[in-house]
Design a protein around this ligand. Structure first.
Ligand code: AMP
Length: 405
């Protein structure tokens, strides 16, 4: 198959899309946003890097997908790959069948903000393009190789056996891509022990041994772990009873506070955006400076903790908007890991610009690399793999049927 895969990531009022083709270096991509409102529109980049802005007033997911596909039809996509945040215990990307769709629905209580939006997108594309093979690629799947001592919580057993309460981990496509690409750059493709730090508006860390996730910072939901743009990361779980007893808050208010009003935004009382915080801190804003410090310290603490899952540490990969762009955050984080022998090259670190991959250690100690993530590329690759597998299986089936006849 000469592949051209349409990658779709449906949010509650937005759809990110990208057409990933083997033969095209320049990608066609875009974002349909404000869906359901008068201000609904598609913004993107078309062939040759031209900009697109299209108003689609009151369009819903289905209408937006129809418009996107109409515009891309002449590129002849052969499959659609959907990013799905929670796949429950599914261990790999899956061809979308009624059974797999039901499994995504069953995992909804574990990702109440994400999975319902993905299902809206999946159902719309299935209606619109019933002839195209469609695949779900799960953020959780890469972490299904974690051992039970990494994924179990110290909670009553029945919560795990009867209600699937365990650590799942997220950002799997990014950690998988970055660790694969990074280990390839380091000359030891999918070999050895690596730590990844995916630092964007959502952030997580991962420990990878011989290409497999052995532990990660996010848990049952994407709230656990390091400090994020608006998410708290780890807090004492008794915060719920404390706030309920002392401030009379209900569970929804607490949940909203932890997910949308905490993290960098909560600490700084200014912004969830790292660039804004770095600028403010340079101008003397102490809350912004503290938010950055807590972010880097807790990130380093998470990486140090995850290192317990690795027989040895070959190196560390930074990725995501912050990890790829901020030499300052990389330097501060590495400075909080004095026991690991990392030796950052200031010159190399400062020289990397957005979208460039490169090594930033001084040549002694574990390696440090910046590896720009490519979640769309990874989703397209996994989609292609699943579709080819299906084609091969069907071919074998028809061989058997011919022989039987
Ligand atoms: P992402 O979610 O991966 O798009 O990353 C978004 C985050 O990356 C935001 O917090 C941005 O402020 C941050 N970011 C982007 N460029 C820079 C930069 N040059 N320096 C620091 N943070 C940056």
């Amino acid at each position: 198959m000469s592949t051209s895969v349409l990658v779709i990531n449906c949010g509650s009022s937005s759809i990110k899309y990208a057409l990933v083709s083997e033969h095209r270096k320049d990608r066609i991509f875009g974002l349909a946003e404000n869906l359901g409102s008068a201000d609904a529109r598609i913004k993107g980049i078309t062939t040759g890097g031209a900009e697109l802005e299209l108003s689609i007033p009151h369009a819903d997911h289905e209408k937006a997908l129809e418009t996107i596909l109409e515009r891309l039809a002449h590129h002849n996509p052969q499959a659609i790959g959907h990013r799905v945040v929670h796949g429950g215990t599914l261990t790999k990307a899956e061809l979308l069948t009624p059974e797999i769709i039901e499994r995504i629905r069953t995992a909804t209580p574990l990702a109440p903000l994400h999975n319902p939006a993905h299902l809206v997108g999946i159902e719309a594309t299935m209606r619109l393009f019933p002839h195209l093979p469609q695949v779900a690629v799960f953020d959780t799947a890469f972490h299904q190789t974690m051992p039970s001592h990494a994924y179990r919580y110290a909670l009553p057993k029945f919560l795990y056996t009867e209600h699937n309460v365990r650590r799942y981990g997220f950002h799997g496509t990014s950690h998988a891509y970055v660790s694969e690409r990074g280990s390839e750059l380091a000359g030891s493709f999918k070999k050895g022990g690596w730590l990844t730090a995916h630092l964007g508006n959502g952030s997580s860390t991962c420990a990878i041994w011989n290409g497999q996730s052995v532990d990660t910072s996010m848990g049952l939901t994407p709230l656990e772990g390091v400090v994020m743009g608006t998410r708290s990361g780890d807090v004492d779980p008794s915060i719920h009873s404390f706030l309920a007893s002392n401030l009379g808050w209900d569970i929804y208010k607490i949940d909203k506070m932890l997910n949308s009003q905490s993290g960098l935004l909560g600490l700084s009382d200014l912004s969830n955006d790292m660039r804004t915080l770095i600028e403010a801190s340079e101008q003397g804003n102490e809350d912004a400076a503290l938010a950055i410090e807590v972010f880097c310290y807790r990130l380093a603490k998470s990486l140090a903790g995850l290192s317990c899952g690795l027989p040895r540490i070959d190196g560390l990969f930074f990725t995501g908007g912050i990890g790829e762009n901020s030499a300052y955050i990389r330097e501060k984080t590495v400075a909080y890991l004095p026991h690991f022998g990392f030796n950052l090259s200031q010159e190399q670190n400062n020289s990397l610009k957005r979208g460039t991959e490169g090594r930033i250690d001084a040549g002694t100690g574990p390696q440090i690399w910046v590896v720009p993530t490519d979640e769309e590329g990874r989703i397209a690759k996994e989609t292609e793999h699943v579709v080819l597998e299906q084609v091969n299986t069907s071919a074998k089936k028809s061989d058997i049927e011919t022989v039987m006849a």
